[in-house]
Design a protein around this ligand. Structure first.
Ligand SMILES: C[S@@+](CC[C@H](N)C(=O)[O-])C[C@H]1O[C@@H](n2cnc3c(N)ncnc32)[C@H](O)[C@@H]1O
Length: 241
């Protein structure tokens, strides 16, 4: 492959939270393949990236990745697998022509990013690839900053977990660790609140919707928040006193 693939963390939303390196890589890459959560919908990662780097003249491909649960170590849903493979095919076509491709991804690629699956499929497809991951500011760091709640201090132990996990694991994690960052909370607020109430942790939890974006909302009253429709971009921090 003549070109290089970059998975670029673009941060949680505010373009000012993109790193200088992310901006440089996006600027120099002629092709951006941007993930979109809905078919025909916009890519949030593209919106953030183009808020800091002019995308005029670039080939921008918005690619839909279905939002289906992926369990580590298990075969993913065929629709999701196909979306990863299709993205790899498109990217390999550009790399073959010597064009570098940037894959902007929300937050930090290290945390639940599709970018890693795409790189895996790309190397399965073409073998030897040149890839680089550019770290970004994660929603958990940004949510900590927005609320002034540290994630861990001293010998405290931190866990990051998708709230869509089964109840038993979630309960164990909440009961065991000093600080728990919950992502993907928007559809399971009722279940989550019942658990937090049961463990006496509700008053130690804070929920932030659309961290660093316009209309950012910080919820300290989680029962009130759960009664409303919560945005997909919502992160909860539960930090024991
Ligand atoms: C697929 S994960 C991506 C995480 C991302 N790689 C990161 O480092 O933040 C999507 C989840 O990240 C969280 N998230 C992403 N952006 C957010 C934002 N601006 N505000 C609050 N939570 C956000 C939400 O919990 C959302 O359900």
């Amino acid at each position: 492959m003549k070109g290089k693939i970059y998975v670029v963390g673009v941060g949680p939303g505010d373009p000012e939270l993109m790193t200088l390196k992310a901006m440089r890589i996006l600027k120099q890459s002629p092709v951006w393949l941007a993930p979109a959560a809905s078919k025909g919908g916009a890519s949030t990662a593209f919106t953030i990236a183009s808020g800091a780097v002019n995308s005029t003249g670039k080939e921008v491909i918005t690619h839909h990745f279905p939002m289906t649960k992926v369990h580590a170590g298990q075969q993913a849903d065929p629709e999701v697998e196909q979306a990863w493979k299709d993205a790899a095919e498109i990217i390999s076509g550009h790399l073959d022509q010597g064009r570098d491709v940037a894959f902007p991804t929300l937050g930090d690629p290290a945390i639940y990013s599709t970018g890693f699956y795409v790189i895996e499929k790309l190397s399965e497809l073409v073998g030897d690839i040149t890839a680089e991951i550019i770290p970004g500011i994660s929603a958990i760091g940004a949510t900590s900053a927005a609320t002034s709640v540290p994630l861990c201090l001293g010998d405290e132990r931190l866990v990051v977990i998708p709230a869509t996990f089964e109840d038993k694991q979630l309960k164990e994690v909440l009961a065991t660790f000093d600080c728990v960052c919950l992502m993907k909370v928007h559809k399971v607020m009722d279940k989550l609140l019942a658990l937090l109430d049961e463990l006496g942790l509700t008053e130690h939890a804070v929920l932030v919707e659309r961290t660093t974006l316009e209309n950012q909302k910080i919820h300290y009253d989680l029962h009130k928040a759960a009664a409303q429709k919560i945005h997909y971009f919502s992160t909860m921090i539960v930090r024991k006193p």
